[in-house]
Design a protein. Structure first.
Length: 247
């Protein structure tokens, strides 16, 4: 949903609820310290729209509210379902959010909120992966950015706009995640360099404090790939000595 659609949907919802302009102004002033929706930030507009959606709905339980907030945070962090299930299994010995108690849900939510949003370059990389998967040309991507965000380049988008664009692209069909793509590229580079599993484990342990590439974050995977790529392909003599040239 782009910004003009958000405004339009707010119009629909306030009309459905029978709100007057005065009621809307009072709500905006009380909750955001502003008297008009045109003064709201992007996040405040979305928050206002979500509030309107909920007004006529049954009051959710604390359990439901916490699960909803957790899903928002997982989406912000771009966690896949498997990551969430693995975390729940490791820390709470349960495989579903609905099985957690309110205390456990609150603990999980606090953990997620404390995690930083992926860097902008990671979001841009994910968008590039998705547009390539969909067969988009550079011109198609630029047209989408210009039409929906009124900007001419991905590098000019805000974090919110990048997340919005990525959310639009991702559901269009199943595809490998950036995490999987980076791991595959690293595997190719390791084969080219003749690295053994032991060499890899030693490098990961020394530089990232981890023993497996599957445990690395996307930022760490990207850093590891950037380390491997410039390395010269070894000669046959060097390959015969697995420790040759290894740092």
């Amino acid at each position: 949903m782009n910004f003009s659609e958000v405004i339009a949907q707010i119009d629909v919802e306030t009309e459905r609820l029978g709100w007057t302009r005065e009621q809307e102004r009072e709500h905006l002033k009380r909750n955001y310290g502003k008297r008009a929706r045109t003064l709201l930030t992007e996040l405040e507009l979305l928050d206002f729209l979500q509030y309107l959606y909920l007004v006529s709905q049954p009051t959710p339980t604390l359990h439901e509210i916490l699960i909803a907030k957790i899903k928002v945070e997982m989406q912000r962090l771009d966690w896949i379902t498997d990551q969430g299930q693995e975390h729940l299994k490791n820390y709470y010995e349960k495989r579903s959010l609905t099985l957690l108690t309110e205390v456990e849900l609150l603990d999980f939510l606090q953990y997620l909120v404390s995690q930083p949003t992926p860097p902008l370059e990671i979001l841009i990389a994910k968008i590039n992966v998705e547009t390539e998967r969909l067969g988009w040309t550079t011109e198609q991507r630029q047209k989408r950015v210009k039409n929906y965000y009124e900007k001419r380049s991905l590098s000019l988008l805000t974090e919110f706009e990048l997340l919005h664009f990525l959310q639009y692209l991702a559901p269009q069909s199943a595809s490998p995640t950036l995490h999987e793509i980076l791991i595959a590229k690293i595997k190719v580079e390791m084969q080219r360099l003749g690295w053994t599993r032991e060499q890899e484990r030693e490098h990961l342990k020394k530089n990232y404090g981890k023993r497996s590439r599957t445990l690395l974050t996307e930022v760490e995977l990207l850093d590891f790939l950037q380390y491997l790529t410039p390395q010269a392909t070894p000669t046959l003599d060097e390959i015969s000595d697995p420790l040759a040239g290894f740092e």
